[in-house]
Write a protein that binds this ligand. Structure first.
Ligand code: ARG
Length: 577
C-alpha cells in the first residue's frame, strides 16, 4: 500500500467536489514535523487561488467532502490553508496485518511495463574498472526493484564488443596463440590490450594485418568471427566472476553487446539520409541538431557515419533505442552510464525521435552517475596512479571486512564467520555507492563504509541480526503470532507502524527515478525508529501477553522489511554477526 497516493487521491477527489478543476493536485507529502501530522496536503492554496476563494474556507470545504473517516484519526487546517492528517491507529494496524500476511509485504499491484535496463556494459578485452562498478550495482538494484513491483525487466548488458580495435586484438591473439601454442589464459586483459596496441603502433606488418582483419570481421569471415568470439567469451567469463562475487543478477544470457546492432546500422544511416536528417559533410554523414549548439553557437553536428564508412557509438545507440522499442516491445528503456555520456545519450535519442523510430510514449531515460573519487577528491586510482581493477577492489574489501569482524564477533564458527565477512565486505562497497545520490561524485572511503555506525551496510546488517535474535529468544510459534492483534497505543509503536507502511513509497520512487539511495535512507530511518521503539517499549519481558505479541509483530514486519529492502539493493543479510 502507498499511503501517500491513497491520501493524494482521496483529497484530490474532495477538491474536485469542492469546485477545483479536474487537474488539481493535492500535493500530499509526508510531514517533516510531528505537530503537522503524519501527512500534509499542500495543494489547497494554489487551487483556492485559481478559484478566487479564501484558502482556509476552501480547505474546510475539502475536508467536508473528503472520505477520510477510516484513515484519519484527526485532520486540521493549519496556517494559510495546509491540511494536516493524523493517521488512524486501527487503520494502520489493519494494514500492518495485511503486509505481514503477504509475501510482497502488501505492495500494490502495478500496471505492468516491459523495461529494458542497459547496465554494467563493460568493454571486451578490457578489465572492468570502478566506473563499471557503479553502473553494475546501481542498475542491478533498480532492476531488482522493478521486478519486485511486478514489471517485466529485460537486462541488456551493452558490452563494447565491436569496433576497429578488434582487428588489432585478433591479430595479437593469433600471435600469442602461435607463440605459446597452448590456449592462452588472458588473465590480465589490461596487459593484453596494451601489448596489442604496442605492436599495432610499432610494427607496420602487424598493423597491416590488423586492418585487414577489421574488414574481414565486418564481412563475416569465419576465422575472424571465431577469434572475436573467443575474446568476447574470455572477457565475459571474467566479468561473470565479478558479477557473482558482487551478488549481481546479470548472467551470460543478458549480453546484448554493440555487435548485435551492427547489422542494423547501414539501413538506419540510409534512412536518416533519405529523410533528410543526415547530410554529407566532407565525406562523412552528419545530423545537425538545433537543440545542441557548438562553440560558435551553431547547430551541433553529430556524425553517424565516418568518411571511411565506419559507424559510431551514437549510431549504435540510435539502433539500440529502435530495437528496444520495435523488437523487444519495451515501454521504457533505462541506460545506466557515466554523466559524461549524457550529451551523447540525449543526442542519440533526439535523432531516434526525429526519425520517428519510437513514439513519444516510449520512455528513454539516462540514469547517469558521477565519478568515484579517492579521499584526495581526485578520480579514484591505485597508489601508483593506475585504474583500480574491480577484482582487486573486492579482494581488499574482503580483507578489511575480515579485520572488522575479527574485532567485533567472537561466537561464530569458521563458516559463519566467512559468510559474515563476505556479506559485510561486498555489502559495504555496494551500500556505500547505493546510499549516495547517484548524480553526484562520491568519495570512496574504506573507513566510512566499513563501520557499524551511520548509514552503512554493517549497521543495517547488524540491525537485522538484532531483530533475529529477539525471535531466537522469544521461541514463539508462528500460528500464535499470526493470530494476535496489533495494538498501537504507544506513540513509538504508531511511528514505527507508519514508517513500516511507507516502504512502498520508497520502493516506487526507486523504480521511477532509478535512485536506490532513497531506499537506503528509508531503511536507515526504519532501523533508527525501530531502535527507539525497542528501547522504549519492552517486548519479551512484558507481562501483558497481548502487548508482547503485538510488539513482536511489529518487530517481525521490521525484520521482513529490512531483509526485503536490503535484498532489493543486492545486499546480503546474515542470521548472526
Ligand atoms: N561500454 C560503455 C562504457 O564502457 C557503456 C555503455 C552504456 N550504454 C549505452 N547504451 N551506451 O563506457
Amino acid at each position: 500500500m502507498n499511503i501517500q497516493s491513497i491520501l493524494a487521491d482521496k483529497i484530490k477527489q474532495a477538491m474536485i467536489k469542492a469546485g477545483a478543476e479536474e487537474h488539481c493536485d493535492a500535493l500530499v507529502r509526508q510531514s517533516g514535523k510531528v505537530q503537522f501530522g503524519d501527512y500534509q496536503a499542500n495543494g489547497i492554496m494554489a487551487a483556492a487561488k485559481k478559484l478566487g476563494v479564501n484558502p482556509r474556507d476552501f480547505a474546510a470545504k475539502v475536508l467536508e467532502q473528503a472520505e477520510l473517516s477510516d484513515i484519519a484519526e484527526k485532520t486540521e487546517i493549519a496556517g494559510p490553508g495546509f491540511i494536516n492528517i493524523f493517521l488512524d491507529r486501527h487503520w494502520l494496524a489493519d494494514n500492518l496485518q495485511n503486509a505481514l500476511k503477504d509475501s510482497k509485504l502488501g505492495i500494490s499491484a502495478v500496471e505492468k511495463q516491459t523495461v529494458v535496463a542497459d547496465y554494467s556494459s563493460p568493454n571486451v578485452a578490457k578489465e572492468m574498472h570502478v566506473g563499471h562498478l557503479r553502473s553494475t550495482i546501481i542498475g542491478d538494484a533498480v532492476v531488482r526493484t522493478l521486478e519486485f513491483l511486478g514489471h517485466r525487466v529485460i537486462r541488456a548488458n551493452h558490452v563494447g564488443d565491436w569496433g576497429t580495435q578488434f582487428g588489432m586484438l585478433i591479430a595479437y591473439l593469433e600471435k600469442m596463440e602461435n607463440e605459446h601454442a597452448s590456449e592462452m589464459e588472458l588473465s590480465d586483459l589490461e596487459a593484453f590490450y596494451r601489448a596489442a596496441k604496442e605492436h599495432y603502433d610499432s610494427d607496420e606488418a602487424f598493423a597491416e594485418k590488423a586492418r585487414g582483419y577489421v574488414v574481414k570481421l565486418q564481412s563475416g569471415d569465419e576465422y575472424c568471427r571465431a577469434m572475436w568470439k573467443k575474446l568476447v567469451n574470455i572477457t565475459m567469463q571474467q566479468n561473470q566472476h565479478n558479477y557473482d562475487r558482487l551478488n549481481v543478477t546479470l548472467t551470460e544470457k543478458d549480453v546484448m553487446g554493440e555487435s548485435l546492432y551492427n547489422p542494423m546500422l547501414p539501413s538506419i544511416v540510409a534512412d536518416l539520409k533519405a529523410q533528410g536528417l543526415a547530410v554529407e559533410d566532407e565525406g562523412a554523414l552528419v545530423v545537425y541538431l538545433d537543440e545542441f549548439k557548438n562553440k560558435n553557437g551553431d547547430p551541433m553536428g553529430v556524425i553517424v557515419q565516418k568518411k571511411d564508412g565506419g559507424f559510431l557509438y551514437t549510431t549504435t545507440d540510435i539502433a539500440a533505442a529502435k530495437y528496444r522499442y520495435e523488437t523487444l516491445k519495451a515501454d521504457r528503456a533505462l541506460v545506466f552510464s557515466d554523466t559524461r555520456q549524457s550529451q551523447h545519450m540525449q543526442q542519440a535519442w533526439l535523432i531516434t525521435r526525429k526519425a520517428g523510430y519510437v513514439p513519444d510514449s516510449f520512455q528513454l531515460e539516462h540514469k547517469n552517475f558521477g565519478m568515484m573519487l579517492g579521499k584526495d577528491g581526485k578520480p579514484f586510482k591505485t597508489r601508483t596512479g593506475g585504474t583500480v581493477k574491480l577484482a582487486d577492489l573486492l579482494d581488499e574489501a574482503i580483507e578489511r571486512a575480515d579485520k572488522l569482524i575479527a574485532e567485533k564477533s567472537t561466537a561464530l564458527s569458521t563458516e559463519e564467520k566467512a559468510a559474515v565477512v563476505e556479506a559485510v565486505g561486498i555489502g559495504s562497497v555496494k551500500y556505500a555507492d547505493l546510499s549516495k545520490n547517484r548524480t553526484t561524485d562520491y568519495v570512496f572511503d574504506w573507513d566510512n563504509m566499513l563501520s557499524f555506525e551511520g548509514n552503512t551496510a554493517p549497521y543495517m546488517q547488524y540491525a537485522y541480526t538484532r531483530i533475529r535474535s529477539i525471535f531466537n529468544k522469544a521461541q514463539i510459534d508462528e500460528a500464535t503470532l499470526a493470530a494476535a492483534n496489533i495494538q498501537l497505543s504507544d506513540e513509538k509503536e504508531r511511528l514505527l507502524a507508519i514508517k513500516l507502511l511507507q516502504f512502498e513509497e520508497a520502493v516506487q520512487i526507486v523504480a521511477k527515478e532509478g535512485t536506490p539511495h532513497i531506499l537506503c535512507a528509508y531503511l536507515y530511518e526504519l532501523a533508527g525508529i525501530f531502535s527507539g521503539f525497542y528501547e522504549h517499549c519492552p517486548i519479551l519481558n512484558n507481562d501483558d501477553e497481548q502487548v508482547k505479541l503485538s510488539r513482536l509483530k511489529l518487530a517481525l514486519l521490521t525484520e521482513k522489511t529490512l531483509k526485503q529492502g536490503l535484498d532489493l539493493l543486492g545486499i546480503k543479510t546474515v542470521e548472526k554477526m
